[in-house]
Design a binder for this molecule. Structure first.
Ligand code: ATP
Ligand code: MG
Length: 433
């Protein structure tokens, strides 16, 4: 017997009850992004592998062990399912001359990302991000704008316990000086390092600061701090971000060990973290990446951005009672008989023309069973069309949730009559009558 096929491990189906919550969330997010002047951009899901190697860095978790890479069987090209969006977005901006041609760009995208990680709660192999990138902005203002817009979204969604952690990674030169000091320090304690630490000592020592290994916590806590290697400009930039956040009443904690897992960051980096989701508590992360555009072959262009993990945010939204109601049709159309069916189609289409959401019964079934389906659909009104109605060219109209019995009206009068019933019901719902 053949085995039933299942989705790939770590890649989830999002079924209608959940997908409606996702769409509600996406609607809110789109409005929020527009209110800050961000514009949509859509990039392919598959990119040339070298893009991510160059942008994210060869010695990062993502590139070393998390990418879905494969060879195009037809032409031998090395391709990768995107593990994140920034690299693609910057590639697209360079390729289409966006910044040079039209000035600084505020952009956003959303969609699936792919990383071959161990699946667990809040960590999947296909997950979704909403990403925001601002290209061509040099000052601390855009860094502050990004953080402030996140704070507003958490507020709009009614999320609780989302805390901001902030750090500055300085410039490439400042990081190089700190790196040398960090390597010297870690060399003294080499025997204590775990396997990951030993492997990263000379390739990516900054990442050792980010270790989750409890036995290394005191060691990394006492390590040389990047903050002590920042020059005047980096210090002033970081200070200005903090002033703007303080003005906006946004609390933050400076986390000297916040380094981010992608190599392209410099200066401001931040993460929004919650304690409510267990181990996978980072719901949003980002920062400045002034070198990336040039590194990918564009003209030097300062930039900053962030990405939110949609699965984690939705889990938190659900926790905070933010689940959305089921989407319900306005009208359910029940009908019986050949002529009635033809009239039912006309009535349904006429209502849709007037902006109503209409569920037309398809298939067989007695009026009794159709009315059960009408109730279950959550519709406010049912149309009931039998042979009698069809012969008279009229429609039976029955409120399903408000008071009043069934009435018969002409097809032409239908939209107005339905509007009347829905309008009354809404007034009843919010108790304003
Ligand atoms: P983590 O430390 O949790 O692995 P990261 O630093 O790798 O996160 P980023 O590359 O900064 O994550 O991605 C931004 C956001 O995307 C994360 O803060 C998180 O909310 C979400 N995210 C990242 N990887 C996954 C995943 N495998 N499954 C679900 N969400 C994810
Ligand atoms: Mg990760």
């Amino acid at each position: 017997m053949s085995k039933t096929l299942q989705a790939v491990r770590g890649m989830n189906d999002i079924l209608p009850d959940d997908a409606e919550t996702w769409e509600h969330f996406e609607d809110l997010v789109r409005d929020w992004l527009k209110s800050y002047g961000y514009r949509p951009i859509r990039m392919p899901i598959v990119e040339p592998t070298p893009l991510f190697k160059r942008a994210i860095g060869e010695v990062t978790d993502i590139v070393e062990k998390e990418m879905y890479s494969f060879e195009d069987a037809l032409n031998g090209e090395q391709l990768t399912l995107r593990p994140e969006g920034t690299a693609s977005c910057v590639r697209a901006a360079i390729q289409h001359n966006l910044v040079a041609g039209s000035g600084p760009q505020r952009l956003y995208y959303h969609g699936p990302m792919f990383r071959h990680e161990r699946p667990q709660k809040g960590r999947y192999r296909q997950f979704h991000q909403i990403g925001v990138e601002a290209l061509g902005f040099t000052g601390p203002d855009i860094d502050a704008e990004h953080i402030m817009m996140c704070a507003r979204l958490w507020d709009d969604l009614g999320l609780e316990d989302v805390n901001l952690e902030l750090n500055s990674l300085g410039s490439a030169e400042e990081r190089a000086q700190h790196r040398a000091a960090l390597i010297a320090y870690l060399e003294q304690h080499q025997a204590r390092l775990d396997e990951d630490g030993k492997r990263r000592l000379y390739t990516n020592p900054l990442r050792i600061l980010d270790t989750k290994n409890p036995e290394l916590q005191d060691l990394v806590e006492a390590a040389p701090r990047l903050a002590d290697y920042l020059g005047d400009e980096s210090r002033a930039h970081f200070q200005a971000v903090q002033v703007l956040l303080t003005d906006a009443g946004i609390p933050f904690r400076i986390n000297h060990r916040l380094v981010r897992g992608l190599d392209y960051y410099n200066r401001t980096v931040f993460e929004w973290v919650t304690t409510r989701l267990g181990a996978q508590g980072t719901v949003c992360a980002g920062g400045r990446y002034d070198g990336l555009v040039e590194q990918l072959g564009g003209k030097p262009t300062p930039a900053a951005g962030f990405a939110m993990g949609v699965e984690r945010l939705l889990a938190l939204w659900r926790e905070s009672g933010g689940e959305s109601d089921r989407v319900r049709p306005d009208v359910y159309v029940a009908h019986l008989g050949e002529q009635a069916r033809r009239l039912a189609f006309r009535a349904a289409e006429s209502l849709r023309t007037h902006g109503f959401a209409v569920l037309l019964h398809c298939g067989e079934g007695s009026f009794k069973s159709q009315m059960k389906k009408a109730d279950a659909s959550g519709a406010a009104v049912a149309l009931v069309i039998g042979e009698d109605e069809a012969a008279a060219g009229e429609i039976g109209l029955k409120p399903l949730r408000g008071p009043g019995g069934q009435q018969r009206i002409a097809l032409e009068a239908l939209p107005e009559a339905v509007a009347g019933l829905l309008y009354t019901e809404e007034e009843d719902d919010d108790g304003s009558v």
